[in-house]
Structure formats: C-alpha cells, structure tokens
Design a protein around this ligand. Structure first.
Ligand SMILES: *[C@@H]1O[C@H](CO)[C@@H](O)[C@H](O)[C@H]1NC(C)=O
Ligand SMILES: *[C@@H]1O[C@H](CO)[C@@H](O)[C@H](O)[C@H]1NC(C)=O
Ligand SMILES: [Cu+2]
Length: 358
C-alpha cells in the first residue's frame, strides 16, 4: 500500500481547465449570509425517516442512470455516478496524505450532493454515517443499521479466500469479498463500470463488493481516535492524524471506514475506486463533519489554517512545499479550479451546508 502510493505519487495531477465562476474569491473565509442564507442540513443516516432514506437511495440510482458528462476525464465512465468515481480514481495518487486531503474530499462530496439535488430531484442534504454509534453499540457488524437490506445500503459479500500476497495491509479477520448479496446495490440493480484496477479508460461492468473486516472497524472507528483528531492544534496535524499511516500501526478513522467495510476485496477498500460504493459518500460525509467540528472549536483561526504537503507523504517538505490557501484543486470537468480558501467554510461563497450537530 505504502509502496503503491509512493510510486503513484510521482504521477502528476492531470486535468483540463474549465473556468468556475467563484463570485468573490478571497472573501469566503467566513460564514457568508449573503451567499449562504439557508444552508442545507446534513444528517446522520439513522435519523432520516424511511421515506427520506428511500429518496436518497433512489437519487443514487438516478445518478447511476444518467449519462456520464466527464468521459474526457475517464473514458470508461458510463454514468454520472461513474464520473465521480473516475475523478477520484484519476487523482488518487495526488489527493491522499497531502495537505488538501480534507478539502478535496469535502468538494467531491459537495459536488455529488449537488448532482443528486440538481439532476435527480433529491431534496435533502448528503447524509453522513456516524460509525462510532455502531461500534459503540457492540452489535455484530452484520446487524448495523447502515447495512440493512431495506432501509440501508445492503451488507457484506460472500466469503472469498485470498492469498497472502493479495493482502499487503495484513487484514486478518475478514468475512466477505464477493458481490454484495442484499439491499439496493446488488449486481442485478447496480453495476460499477470503472475499476477494479486503476484503468479508468475502459468500461468494465462488475458488481459492488464488500469484505467486512470487523476487527479493523472495531479497533479504528472509536471515540479515542476521534477525540485525538479533534484535539490537534493546527490543520496540518489534524489532516495527518485523520489519515494516519497506510498501515495499522496507528489507528485511524479514515482507513477504519474504508477497510472495515472494504477489507481486502471490497470496493470501498480500493484506493482508486472506493467511490464506487455509495457508502463512500456517507463515510466521507462523516469525515467532513469531523473537519467541520474541528474547525468550529476555533472557527476564526481555523477558517484560515491550512498546511501539509503538496506531494503525498512529503511531511518534511523535501519534494515540494506545503499547500496554502491559494493552492488550487482541479476537478475539471466536474467542476473547475477551486482554491482551498474557497473550501474552508461550509457556509461560504462556494459551499452551503451545515451539520445537524453544530
Ligand atoms: C456475526 O454474525 C455473522 C452472521 O450471522 C456470524 O457468522 C459471525 O460469527 C458473527 N460474529 C460475531 C463476532 O459474533
Ligand atoms: C509545513 O506544515 C507543517 C505543519 O503541517 C509545519 O510543521 C512545517 O513547518 C511547514 N513547512 C514549511 C516549509 O512551512
Ligand atoms: Cu479518497
């Protein structure tokens, strides 16, 4: 994994430029009532009514039926849902273990939320999944509400044996690996077109897989780790603690969600194609909520505080410097170039949402 990412890190971030009208650049480092008066409220999945849950899942299916707009980006993309997976796959080598990790994923989730709302008539906000509640319930993972076949995202895949060389992270206890067996995203209803390799240029219809690793979930998605992230004094250490290391030497909530659910063979555990699992957006919604809660502890300062390496793992700044507020993210053609300063506030000139526990 580490090797994989380091090798990939040398690949440059590629993308074309599309102008994005950000109305008042530089004035977004605050809550902007003139731009964002009625922020939509992101809620925890289990607090939605069954009707709201159904509406959300239906909107995901709708996005999955709309034709791709970003084939120039990922030629294998068939649907709008694939567009988002494609941009993540393409930029995977440059958006993890970097300073802009939290902002890149914040923007991606917000763009996905906007697509669900604008293109698929979804009226709610992007829900999040607070996994601490599930881990603390002590329930068997198979019983967690989020995996409910009727009111959730369906559960695990059937168990598939693997060889040790397939398991570089050394995930010991895994229970699945095959196609998700129940719920709204089974193979008959929902096919992924990109992946499972990093080749996003070909269309390769296949099923969504899950590979629960209950011990990874149980030991990483815990309040102690959550509180350690929240306790970081500056953004650079916040982002670093959020991601941990690409190993289990340091427990971390980002990996805990990806590998607790995705194990070795599951889609959400695939660094390139994790957004192929619709649950990705609820997991990253919760990580964004954590960023938001951290910012809220000292908002005036933390709406301006960014640092961390431009190049993955370059924490000593040996290859390049740190990101700054002027650092630009490029998600073209999903959205144009956006500077970090325009992504600092969830209620600024670009973004307009809040969380239910603010
Ligand atoms: C969780 O439930 C599954 C399916 O019922 C079962 O196979 C597994 O042994 C349970 N795990 C634990 C830790 O109880
Ligand atoms: C880069 O940011 C880190 C904190 O994230 C800080 O410790 C380091 O001094 C910064 N490097 C430079 C060159 O400013
Ligand atoms: Cu990612």
């Amino acid at each position: 994994m580490m090797m994989n990412f380091v090798k990939l890190a040398v690949l440059a971030m590629v993308g074309t430029t599309l102008a994005s009208p950000i109305a008042m650049p530089g004035k977004s480092l605050e809550t902007r009532d003139d731009y964002c008066k009625d922020a939509i409220v992101r809620k925890e999945w289990r607090t939605l009514t069954n009707k709201q849950k159904k509406n959300y899942i239906e909107a995901v299916h709708c996005l999955h039926k709309k034709p791709a707009k970003a084939k120039s980006l990922a030629a294998g993309a068939v649907s709008r849902f694939d567009d988002f997976q494609g941009i993540h796959s393409k930029q995977t080598p440059s958006i993890h273990w970097v300073g802009h990790f939290a902002h890149w994923h914040r923007l991606m989730v917000a763009e996905y939320e906007e697509a669900l709302r604008d293109e698929c008539n979804y009226e709610g906000a992007q829900p999040y999944w607070d996994w601490l509640l599930d881990v603390e319930s002590g329930k068997n993972m198979t019983e967690w509400e989020i995996f409910d076949p009727v009111t959730g995202f369906g559960g695990d895949g059937p168990f598939i044996e693997i060889k040790p060389e397939q398991n570089p992270l050394g995930i010991e206890y895994r229970t699945g690996g095959g196609c998700v067996k129940d719920g709204p995203f089974t193979e008959d209803k929902f096919k992924l077109n990109l992946g499972p390799t990093s080749d996003y240029s070909i269309t390769n219809p296949h099923c969504l897989t899950r590979d629960f690793a209950p011990d990874i979930a149980r030991t990483n998605l815990i309040r102690k780790v959550w509180d350690e992230v929240l306790a970081q004094p500056d953004y650079g250490s916040f982002a670093r603690r959020l991601e941990g290391l690409p190993s289990w030497d340091m427990k971390n909530v980002h990996g805990g969600g990806h590998f607790g659910v995705g194990g070795v063979l599951g889609t959400i555990g695939d660094a390139f194609n994790s957004p192929g699992d619709p649950l990705f957006y609820l997991h990253h919604g919760n990580l964004d909520r954590l960023y938001y809660l951290w910012q809220k502890k000292d908002l005036a300062n933390r709406l301006r505080d960014v640092s961390g390496p431009i190049q993955p793992f370059d924490y000593l700044n040996e290859k390049a410097g740190n990101v700054t507020l002027e650092f630009e993210i490029n998600m073209a053609p999903l959205t144009g170039n956006i500077k970090l300063k325009d992504l600092m506030s969830t209620r600024g000139t670009k973004l307009c949402y809040k969380y239910d526990d603010n």
